[in-house]
Write a protein that binds this ligand. Structure first.
Ligand code: ATP
Ligand code: MG
Length: 271
Protein backbone atom coordinates (compact mmCIF):
# COMPACT_ATOMS: atom_id res chain seq x y z
CA UNK A 1 0.00 0.00 0.00
CA UNK A 2 2.88 2.30 0.65
CA UNK A 3 6.18 3.29 -0.78
CA UNK A 4 7.06 5.49 2.19
CA UNK A 5 8.96 3.71 4.92
CA UNK A 6 8.05 4.64 8.47
CA UNK A 7 10.83 6.21 10.49
CA UNK A 8 13.08 3.91 12.39
CA UNK A 9 12.95 4.41 16.17
CA UNK A 10 16.42 6.03 16.05
CA UNK A 11 15.26 8.54 13.47
CA UNK A 12 12.14 9.26 15.45
CA UNK A 13 14.19 9.93 18.55
CA UNK A 14 16.32 12.45 16.73
CA UNK A 15 13.20 13.91 15.27
CA UNK A 16 11.51 14.23 18.61
CA UNK A 17 14.52 15.75 20.40
CA UNK A 18 13.63 18.17 23.17
CA UNK A 19 11.00 20.06 21.29
CA UNK A 20 9.44 17.83 18.64
CA UNK A 21 7.78 20.66 16.83
CA UNK A 22 10.57 23.18 16.79
CA UNK A 23 10.91 24.29 13.24
CA UNK A 24 7.65 22.61 12.20
CA UNK A 25 5.67 24.29 9.44
CA UNK A 26 5.03 27.74 10.86
CA UNK A 27 2.04 28.80 8.74
CA UNK A 28 -0.68 30.99 10.10
CA UNK A 29 -3.09 29.47 12.50
CA UNK A 30 -6.00 28.89 10.14
CA UNK A 31 -8.69 29.26 12.78
CA UNK A 32 -8.89 32.71 11.19
CA UNK A 33 -8.97 32.89 7.41
CA UNK A 34 -7.35 35.72 5.47
CA UNK A 35 -10.50 37.82 5.76
CA UNK A 36 -10.37 37.55 9.55
CA UNK A 37 -13.34 35.20 9.61
CA UNK A 38 -13.10 31.92 11.43
CA UNK A 39 -12.77 29.12 8.88
CA UNK A 40 -15.58 26.56 8.94
CA UNK A 41 -13.09 23.72 9.17
CA UNK A 42 -9.39 24.01 9.71
CA UNK A 43 -6.54 21.85 10.75
CA UNK A 44 -3.41 23.60 11.79
CA UNK A 45 0.03 22.04 11.92
CA UNK A 46 -1.21 18.55 12.75
CA UNK A 47 1.37 15.85 13.46
CA UNK A 48 0.25 12.24 13.87
CA UNK A 49 2.03 8.99 14.62
CA UNK A 50 1.47 5.25 14.47
CA UNK A 51 3.53 4.29 17.48
CA UNK A 52 6.83 6.03 16.73
CA UNK A 53 6.23 6.16 12.97
CA UNK A 54 5.88 9.82 12.17
CA UNK A 55 3.36 10.02 9.34
CA UNK A 56 1.32 13.24 9.27
CA UNK A 57 4.03 15.88 9.38
CA UNK A 58 2.58 19.31 9.99
CA UNK A 59 -0.51 19.42 7.80
CA UNK A 60 -2.50 22.67 7.69
CA UNK A 61 -5.49 23.61 5.56
CA UNK A 62 -8.90 25.26 5.69
CA UNK A 63 -12.22 24.21 4.22
CA UNK A 64 -15.02 26.71 3.66
CA UNK A 65 -18.58 25.86 4.45
CA UNK A 66 -20.28 24.13 1.52
CA UNK A 67 -17.03 23.43 -0.29
CA UNK A 68 -15.78 20.11 -1.68
CA UNK A 69 -12.05 19.67 -1.23
CA UNK A 70 -10.11 16.84 -2.87
CA UNK A 71 -7.26 15.52 -0.74
CA UNK A 72 -4.86 13.87 -3.17
CA UNK A 73 -1.42 12.29 -3.28
CA UNK A 74 0.33 9.09 -4.17
CA UNK A 75 -0.02 5.79 -2.31
CA UNK A 76 1.30 6.20 1.18
CA UNK A 77 1.25 10.02 1.06
CA UNK A 78 -0.77 10.15 4.28
CA UNK A 79 -4.30 10.85 3.02
CA UNK A 80 -6.09 8.18 5.06
CA UNK A 81 -3.98 9.01 8.09
CA UNK A 82 -4.93 12.68 7.79
CA UNK A 83 -8.64 11.81 7.56
CA UNK A 84 -8.32 9.51 10.55
CA UNK A 85 -6.51 12.16 12.56
CA UNK A 86 -9.30 14.62 11.75
CA UNK A 87 -11.94 12.06 12.77
CA UNK A 88 -10.00 11.64 16.03
CA UNK A 89 -9.74 7.87 15.87
CA UNK A 90 -6.98 6.56 18.14
CA UNK A 91 -4.60 5.54 15.38
CA UNK A 92 -2.69 7.55 14.24
CA UNK A 93 -2.24 9.46 17.50
CA UNK A 94 -2.40 13.23 17.14
CA UNK A 95 0.54 14.62 19.08
CA UNK A 96 0.44 18.24 18.00
CA UNK A 97 -1.80 20.69 16.20
CA UNK A 98 -5.31 21.98 16.24
CA UNK A 99 -8.46 20.88 14.43
CA UNK A 100 -11.51 23.11 14.41
CA UNK A 101 -14.98 22.53 13.03
CA UNK A 102 -17.60 25.24 13.29
CA UNK A 103 -15.84 26.85 16.28
CA UNK A 104 -15.39 23.56 18.14
CA UNK A 105 -11.93 22.23 19.05
CA UNK A 106 -11.83 18.66 17.75
CA UNK A 107 -8.20 18.12 18.73
CA UNK A 108 -9.35 17.88 22.32
CA UNK A 109 -11.90 15.18 21.51
CA UNK A 110 -12.23 11.44 21.09
CA UNK A 111 -13.74 9.94 17.94
CA UNK A 112 -17.22 9.52 19.43
CA UNK A 113 -17.30 13.18 20.46
CA UNK A 114 -16.06 14.35 17.05
CA UNK A 115 -18.74 12.22 15.44
CA UNK A 116 -21.40 13.70 17.68
CA UNK A 117 -20.18 17.14 16.65
CA UNK A 118 -20.60 16.44 12.98
CA UNK A 119 -17.55 14.60 11.64
CA UNK A 120 -18.80 11.87 9.31
CA UNK A 121 -16.01 9.53 8.19
CA UNK A 122 -16.88 7.05 5.45
CA UNK A 123 -13.92 4.66 5.59
CA UNK A 124 -12.46 2.98 2.54
CA UNK A 125 -13.72 -0.47 3.58
CA UNK A 126 -17.30 0.84 4.00
CA UNK A 127 -17.97 -1.32 7.08
CA UNK A 128 -21.49 -2.44 6.27
CA UNK A 129 -22.76 -4.41 9.23
CA UNK A 130 -23.21 -8.09 8.52
CA UNK A 131 -26.60 -9.67 9.18
CA UNK A 132 -28.48 -6.37 8.96
CA UNK A 133 -30.66 -5.20 6.11
CA UNK A 134 -30.10 -1.91 4.34
CA UNK A 135 -32.81 -0.32 6.45
CA UNK A 136 -31.45 -1.75 9.70
CA UNK A 137 -28.00 -0.39 8.88
CA UNK A 138 -29.58 3.06 8.50
CA UNK A 139 -31.70 2.68 11.63
CA UNK A 140 -28.66 1.68 13.65
CA UNK A 141 -26.93 4.91 12.62
CA UNK A 142 -29.83 6.82 14.14
CA UNK A 143 -29.96 4.94 17.42
CA UNK A 144 -28.33 7.83 19.27
CA UNK A 145 -28.66 11.55 18.64
CA UNK A 146 -27.82 13.72 16.80
CA UNK A 147 -30.00 12.32 14.01
CA UNK A 148 -29.53 13.77 10.53
CA UNK A 149 -31.47 12.94 7.40
CA UNK A 150 -34.59 10.80 7.64
CA UNK A 151 -34.38 7.34 6.12
CA UNK A 152 -36.97 8.29 3.47
CA UNK A 153 -34.84 11.26 2.46
CA UNK A 154 -31.82 8.97 2.09
CA UNK A 155 -33.93 6.71 -0.17
CA UNK A 156 -34.87 9.77 -2.23
CA UNK A 157 -31.17 10.50 -2.70
CA UNK A 158 -30.30 6.85 -3.40
CA UNK A 159 -33.39 5.19 -4.91
CA UNK A 160 -31.45 1.91 -5.26
CA UNK A 161 -31.21 1.73 -1.47
CA UNK A 162 -34.97 2.20 -1.16
CA UNK A 163 -35.56 -0.62 -3.64
CA UNK A 164 -33.25 -2.87 -1.64
CA UNK A 165 -34.27 -1.81 1.85
CA UNK A 166 -35.03 -5.38 2.95
CA UNK A 167 -31.87 -6.85 1.44
CA UNK A 168 -28.92 -7.71 3.65
CA UNK A 169 -26.41 -4.85 3.36
CA UNK A 170 -23.36 -7.04 2.76
CA UNK A 171 -25.03 -8.66 -0.27
CA UNK A 172 -25.29 -5.33 -2.12
CA UNK A 173 -23.01 -4.57 -5.06
CA UNK A 174 -19.89 -2.51 -4.35
CA UNK A 175 -21.52 0.68 -5.61
CA UNK A 176 -24.65 0.08 -3.55
CA UNK A 177 -22.55 -0.59 -0.46
CA UNK A 178 -20.80 2.73 -1.03
CA UNK A 179 -24.21 4.41 -1.28
CA UNK A 180 -25.24 2.74 1.96
CA UNK A 181 -22.02 3.84 3.67
CA UNK A 182 -22.66 7.45 2.59
CA UNK A 183 -26.37 7.19 3.45
CA UNK A 184 -25.58 5.84 6.88
CA UNK A 185 -23.31 8.82 7.52
CA UNK A 186 -25.99 11.28 6.38
CA UNK A 187 -28.40 9.57 8.78
CA UNK A 188 -26.32 11.26 11.47
CA UNK A 189 -26.18 15.02 11.72
CA UNK A 190 -23.07 15.61 9.63
CA UNK A 191 -21.27 18.91 9.19
CA UNK A 192 -18.14 17.59 7.49
CA UNK A 193 -18.26 14.50 5.31
CA UNK A 194 -14.91 12.69 4.97
CA UNK A 195 -14.88 10.23 2.09
CA UNK A 196 -11.96 7.83 1.75
CA UNK A 197 -11.76 6.50 -1.82
CA UNK A 198 -15.49 6.31 -2.46
CA UNK A 199 -14.96 5.29 -6.10
CA UNK A 200 -12.57 2.44 -5.36
CA UNK A 201 -13.36 -0.70 -7.32
CA UNK A 202 -16.47 0.76 -8.95
CA UNK A 203 -17.43 0.77 -12.61
CA UNK A 204 -17.32 4.19 -14.32
CA UNK A 205 -21.10 4.34 -14.63
CA UNK A 206 -21.48 3.83 -10.86
CA UNK A 207 -18.76 6.40 -10.18
CA UNK A 208 -20.80 8.88 -12.22
CA UNK A 209 -23.92 8.04 -10.24
CA UNK A 210 -22.13 8.65 -6.94
CA UNK A 211 -20.58 11.85 -8.31
CA UNK A 212 -24.03 13.17 -9.17
CA UNK A 213 -25.21 12.36 -5.68
CA UNK A 214 -22.24 14.14 -4.10
CA UNK A 215 -23.02 17.18 -6.26
CA UNK A 216 -26.61 17.05 -5.04
CA UNK A 217 -25.44 16.84 -1.43
CA UNK A 218 -23.16 19.82 -2.03
CA UNK A 219 -26.11 21.85 -3.36
CA UNK A 220 -27.78 21.19 -0.03
CA UNK A 221 -24.80 22.84 1.66
CA UNK A 222 -22.71 19.83 2.73
CA UNK A 223 -19.00 20.40 3.28
CA UNK A 224 -16.90 17.49 2.04
CA UNK A 225 -13.31 16.27 1.90
CA UNK A 226 -12.83 13.53 -0.67
CA UNK A 227 -9.74 11.34 -0.89
CA UNK A 228 -9.47 9.57 -4.24
CA UNK A 229 -6.97 7.65 -6.34
CA UNK A 230 -9.15 8.62 -9.26
CA UNK A 231 -7.74 12.13 -9.02
CA UNK A 232 -9.23 13.39 -12.27
CA UNK A 233 -12.76 12.48 -11.17
CA UNK A 234 -12.17 14.04 -7.75
CA UNK A 235 -10.75 17.21 -9.32
CA UNK A 236 -13.79 17.59 -11.53
CA UNK A 237 -16.05 17.30 -8.51
CA UNK A 238 -14.05 19.43 -6.07
CA UNK A 239 -13.74 23.19 -5.78
CA UNK A 240 -10.26 22.96 -4.33
CA UNK A 241 -7.46 20.45 -4.08
CA UNK A 242 -4.86 19.77 -1.46
CA UNK A 243 -1.96 17.53 -2.43
CA UNK A 244 -0.01 15.63 0.19
CA UNK A 245 3.41 14.15 -0.27
CA UNK A 246 5.24 12.27 2.49
CA UNK A 247 2.83 13.58 5.08
CA UNK A 248 3.09 17.23 4.11
CA UNK A 249 0.99 19.62 2.04
CA UNK A 250 2.73 20.39 -1.24
CA UNK A 251 -0.18 22.12 -3.01
CA UNK A 252 -3.31 23.94 -1.88
CA UNK A 253 -5.33 25.68 -4.56
CA UNK A 254 -8.24 25.50 -6.94
CA UNK A 255 -8.86 22.17 -8.67
CA UNK A 256 -8.58 23.67 -12.13
CA UNK A 257 -4.98 24.64 -11.41
CA UNK A 258 -4.10 20.97 -10.90
CA UNK A 259 -6.03 19.93 -14.00
CA UNK A 260 -4.11 22.55 -15.99
CA UNK A 261 -0.68 21.77 -14.53
CA UNK A 262 0.68 18.56 -16.04
CA UNK A 263 4.02 18.88 -14.22
CA UNK A 264 2.34 19.08 -10.84
CA UNK A 265 0.17 16.07 -11.64
CA UNK A 266 3.12 14.09 -12.89
CA UNK A 267 5.27 14.92 -9.89
CA UNK A 268 2.80 14.29 -7.10
CA UNK A 269 -0.05 12.25 -8.55
CA UNK A 270 1.75 10.28 -11.26
CA UNK A 271 -1.03 11.03 -13.77
N1 ATP B 1 -1.56 1.28 11.12
C1 ATP B 1 -0.40 1.72 10.65
N2 ATP B 1 0.77 1.50 11.31
C2 ATP B 1 1.94 1.95 10.85
N3 ATP B 1 2.09 2.67 9.73
C3 ATP B 1 0.98 2.93 9.01
C4 ATP B 1 -0.33 2.46 9.44
N4 ATP B 1 -1.23 2.86 8.52
C5 ATP B 1 -0.54 3.53 7.59
N5 ATP B 1 0.78 3.58 7.89
C6 ATP B 1 1.84 4.21 7.10
O1 ATP B 1 1.54 5.58 6.99
C7 ATP B 1 1.88 6.08 5.71
C8 ATP B 1 0.67 6.78 5.12
O2 ATP B 1 -0.37 5.84 4.95
P1 ATP B 1 -1.83 6.27 4.52
O3 ATP B 1 -2.67 5.06 4.57
O4 ATP B 1 -2.24 7.45 5.32
O5 ATP B 1 -1.57 6.74 3.04
P2 ATP B 1 -2.59 7.04 1.86
O6 ATP B 1 -2.15 8.35 1.27
O7 ATP B 1 -3.99 6.94 2.35
O8 ATP B 1 -2.23 5.88 0.84
P3 ATP B 1 -3.16 5.01 -0.16
O9 ATP B 1 -3.33 5.87 -1.37
O10 ATP B 1 -2.34 3.81 -0.43
O11 ATP B 1 -4.45 4.73 0.54
C9 ATP B 1 2.37 4.88 4.92
O12 ATP B 1 3.76 4.90 4.95
C10 ATP B 1 1.83 3.70 5.67
O13 ATP B 1 2.67 2.59 5.55
MG1 MG C 1 -5.54 5.65 1.92
Amino acid sequence: MSDVKPDTPEQSETLLGDDPFKGAVPGKKPTMSAGGQAAYFSCWDIHAYYGESYIVQGVSFDVREGEIVALLGRNGAGKTSTLRAIARVDDPALRHGEIWLDHQALHEMKAFQASRLGIGLVPEDRRIIQGLTVEENLQLAQIAPPVGWSIERIYDLFPRLGERRKQEGTTLSGGEQQMLAIGRTLARDVKLLLLDEPYEGLAPVIVQEIERTLEQIKKLGMTTIIVEQNAIAALHLADRAIILDMGQVVFDGVSQEVLDNADLRQQYLAI
